[in-house]
Design a protein around this ligand. Structure first.
Ligand SMILES: *Cc1c(COP(=O)(O)O)cnc(C)c1O
Length: 392
């Protein structure tokens, strides 16, 4: 199917992939909860590698429900095609497997979600190497290039300290050296950032966060316009059996229908919360790229059209118990590692580690609190935070 790039996200979310004739006029496509489609005849079976796009035969290869969500996200990302996976990690793994071979070198933004995975799996076991860079200056990527560098991995903004990479700048460096670029776009989603338009080769999403949006699925997705890469990625998904299940694919579809209005609400709430935190004298710094005080605010405006509900801040104290008491006194914000759902969450990612580690990740102290602002509304969240600060 050729995607129509003139359509906006509202139309794509609600109507792209509608096929009333095929699905008994139902406004919601059915869940094709089956592993198998039989062939029309023996000739189709014998030529099953050349079946037309609307024919299916085995669910590890493709599924009609899953295809609808692949088309929607691909269209939102302005890419040729999407490939859905059983998790964000499965999608990331397929990206590296598609581009890199043993002996190859990767450059990645330090503290990106797949840092440990690249290091402990691809480097320690499969003879690849990786240089991790702070990433705020494209020059850091250029300086790290080696003759065997095959891939640059971005994730912007990063999801603990919310520093940005300059997507256009990094792409320019990569193109000059014939290196492929990958980006984890889970934070912004295509609603707030479309990296393929800035020259990135491969966009990755976890659908377990905003795309699913209801904290009820694990899923992932890749989008690209590079036909060669697409072929590799589909082959890898088929070989490893990492396609998303039909039920999760369908829930992804339901999540995407409200992605844009949900994100607008997350953003509105997060901005109000960030402004509240910025004025609070128990807070030394707020890490949120939507704030004009963010050191890369201008860069943010040049590559993003918005920011979501996830941010962090540092509490001005030397005493760990103050931070723990603050968290204990929150009622709306529940303690949890994920984000992107309807619910507000809090975690303290650097408290267990050393100050040196926290600073290496870009924080000023260990006293960093990450919050996800859910859909409860700004008043409820600010009241909860204010109460926790007063009883700290
Ligand atoms: C959660 C997360 C992932 C991993 O996604 P899963 O669906 O849990 O495998 C990747 N990137 C970011 C930024 C995430 O927050």
């Amino acid at each position: 199917m050729d995607l129509d790039y003139t359509k906006d996200n509202g139309w794509i979310a609600e109507h792209l992939g509608d096929d009333y004739g095929r699905f008994l006029n139902s406004v919601v496509p059915p869940i094709f909860m089956n592993s198998l489609h039989v062939f029309d005849d023996i000739e189709s079976y014998c030529h099953r590698d050349q079946l037309p796009p609307d024919k299916y035969f085995y669910g590890r290869g493709k599924n009609p429900t899953v295809e609808v969500i692949e088309q929607k996200i691909a269209a939102m990302e302005h890419g040729k095609a999407g490939v859905a996976f059983s998790s964000g990690m499965a999608a990331s793994a397929a990206s590296i497997l598609a581009i890199c071979r043993p002996g190859d070198h990767i450059i990645a933004a330090r503290n990106c979600y797949i840092e440990g995975f690249i290091q402990h799996f691809f480097c320690d076991r499969y003879n690849m190497s990786c240089t991790f860079v702070g990433g705020t200056d494209p020059q850091e990527f250029e300086d790290a290039i080696q003759p065997n560098t095959k891939l640059i991995c971005m994730e912007t903004p990063l999801s603990l300290v919310f520093s940005l990479q300059d997507i256009r700048g990094v792409v320019a460096v990569a193109k000059k050296h014939g290196i492929k670029t990958y980006i984890d776009n889970s934070y912004c989603t295509p609603i707030f950032q479309t990296p393929l338009d800035m020259g990135v080769d491969l966009v990755m999403h976890t659908a377990s966060k905003y795309i699913g949006g209801h904290s009820d699925i694990i899923g992932g997705l890749l989008v690209t316009s590079d036909e060669e890469l697409l072929k590799e990625i589909r082959m890898i998904r088929g070989s490893f059996g990492s396609i998303i299940g039909p039920m999760e694919g369908w829930l992804m579809l339901r999540g995407v229908r409200t992605l844009e209005p949900r994100l607008e609400r997350h953003q509105e709430t997060a901005l109000a919360v960030a402004h509240y935190l910025e004025k609070n004298d128990r807070v030394s710094v707020v890490h949120y790229a939507g704030l004009e005080s963010h050191p890369q605010y201008e860069l943010m405006k040049s590559q993003q059209t918005g920011n979501c509900g996830l941010m962090s801040f540092e509490i001005d104290t030397q005493n760990d118990e103050d931070v723990y008491n603050f968290v204990r006194n929150l009622n709306v914000f529940q303690i949890g590692v994920s984000w992107g759902g309807f619910e507000s969450l809090v975690c303290t990612p650097f408290m267990n580690g050393t100050l040196e580690n926290a600073q290496k990740q870009g924080a000023k102290s260990r006293m960093l609190v990450r919050i996800h602002c859910g859909l409860e509304g700004a008043d409820n969240l600010i009241e909860d935070l204010d109460n926790a600060f007063r009883h700290m």
